[in-house]
Ligand binder design. Structure first.
Ligand code: PLP
Length: 472
């Protein structure tokens, strides 16, 4: 944990124990730096961190004061309880509809998990694109045959050191987004009729992809704080033959949890004992709200049984479609799958993202958006607590921008989706995150679009949910 977070957690502890009460002044930056024997800058950073989390607030010329206690935020959902037998996914036009909503500029975009366009570094990406094309004119119009652009692969390998992973550029294949990375991994590992084990609820586009490949899914319960339930997973693997698993351990979509290293290692150990390769999706790994970048499971994998997938869709620009896969010992097969699927990933976006990473602007950009998304998640979760009826629960993710909301049991999320759409708001109904009906009373909200300007939309959703919950 960085030093400033240790200092901040000591202050939180003092507030929680009542040493400092709401409205009271906390020690000045200078005196705390002397008391804790840390630098003034460390305390300044700790206080800024606490201000973001609304633990303290600065009063001009006066110091820092403990904030009034907010109304108790709603509890987090508990462990999920999906079905326990392999299931065939039914196709859903609803998914197409929800993805299509993204193109409607007048809708409040709480549905698809897309970044806020105002936080996409468009001007800089444009500059990087033209600079990349200028510096590599011939390359820019040629196929970037798999494994893809070498500069980009080198930069990705460097980035992944922060996630505890020592990748060589030649371990990486560039793809059209993380979706294609997962698609290629599934193609390399499974054939129609095979069973894939997943944590439920699961990001709905993956469910559709799995269906398209003719695979069955075995859904295992997850906890919104700890991730996949390892005991339930073990039981499921003892009962069923499974060819591969697909996991999103860092800032999971939709539950938001980040598994700790110990649980990640136990998960990998379990898969190894059953000889099951793992597809790991780390698309949100760079979006931690604290300064600690979580490790990937791939970092603990010595045998090449983890196929690590990611992209720049959440952090830079979803429309660039720049993703990648480090497929371990399945490299040759995945590379062949890539070639026969669409030959190559477009070259100019690869050049632009490589330039962005080389220029060093990526880290600065990440620091800025992580702070903003961290605030938006907190504020939106508070707003849900304020406007949704009693019995509602909402997650507290430590990264990414998805909030999972569990509403009273009798609320039908599809009815809510239709009614909200009429009011100009889109949400992702829980039904599409599973083959079962266990999440029909849940929704996923995209907190990237939270703003005070959009508070009315959360209020409207709350009113619709109240009406739906008292209807029956
Ligand atoms: C967990 C997860 N994986 C993959 C994707 C799709 O990524 P891409 O746009 O890079 O294909 C998303 C998008 O929402 C996601 O949330």
């Amino acid at each position: 944990m960085p030093l400033y977070e240790t200092v901040a957690s000591k202050i939180v502890d003092l507030v929680e124990r009542g040493t400092f009460n709401p409205g009271e002044r906390v020690p000045s930056i200078r005196s705390l730096s002397q008391q804790f024997k840390v630098s003034v800058n460390t305390v300044k950073t700790a206080y800024a961190f606490l201000e973001d989390r609304r633990v303290i607030a600065a009063r001009p010329q006066s110091g820092y004061y403990v904030c009034p206690r907010l109304p108790e935020p709603p509890r987090e959902p508990e462990i999920t309880t999906p079905g326990f037998d392999p299931a065939i996914i039914t196709s859903s036009d609803l998914v197409l509809r929800i993805m299509g909503d993204v193109m409607a500029p007048d809708l409040v975009q709480f549905g698809a998990a897309i970044p806020d366009p105002s936080l996409v570094p468009t001007a800089k990406l444009n500059r990087m694109l033209s600079s990349g094309i200028r510096r590599f004119p011939q390359e820019s119009t040629a196929y970037a045959m798999p494994p893809g652009n070498i500069r980009l692969r080198t930069q990705i390998a460097k980035q992944m050191i922060k996630a505890g992973c020592t990748l060589h550029p030649d371990d990486i294949i560039i793809t059209n987004g993380a979706s294609e990375a997962v698609f290629l991994a599934l193609r390399a590992l499974c054939k129609p009729g095979d069973t894939l084990v997943i944590g439920a609820p699961l990001y709905f586009t993956f469910l559709q992809l799995i269906q398209n490949l003719g695979l069955k899914v075995l859904e295992v319960p997850m906890s919104p704080t700890q991730g996949i339930n390892l005991e339930a997973l073990e039981t499921a693997l003892d009962r069923h033959r499974v060819q591969a698993c697909l996991m999103i351990p860092n800032f999971n979509n939709p539950l938001g949890f980040c598994m700790d290293d110990d649980r990640k290692k136990r998960l990998l150990g379990l898969m190894k004992r059953h000889s099951i390769p793992m597809i790991e999706d780390d698309i949100n790994g760079d979006l931690s709200f604290s300064d600690t970048r979580p490790s990937v499971i791939k970092a603990f994998d010595k045998e090449g049984e983890v196929l690590l997938c990611s992209s720049f869709s959440k952090t830079l620009a979803p429309g660039y479609r720049v993703g990648w896969i480090a497929p371990g010992r399945y490299y040759d097969n995945v590379r062949r799958q890539k070639l026969v699927t669409n030959i190559a990933t477009p070259t100019p976006p690869q050049l632009a993202v490589a330039e962005f990473l080389v220029s060093g602007g990526y880290e600065r950009h990440l620091r800025s958006i992580r702070k903003i998304y961290g605030k938006r998640i907190l504020q939106m979760a508070d707003a849900v607590g304020h406007y949704f009826p009693a019995g509602t629960r909402v997650t507290r993710p430590g990264g990414g921008f998805a909030l999972w909301v569990e509403m009273p049991e009798n609320v039908d999320s599809i009815a809510l989706y239709s009614q909200a759409l009429k009011k100009g708001i889109t949400v992702a109904p829980g039904k599409i995150f599973s083959t079962t009906d266990h999440f029909n009373h849940c929704i996923r909200l995209n907190a990237a679009f939270w703003s005070e300007k959009n508070r009315w939309a959360v209020k409207t959703l709350g009113q619709l949910v109240s009406r739906l919950s008292s209807n029956r």
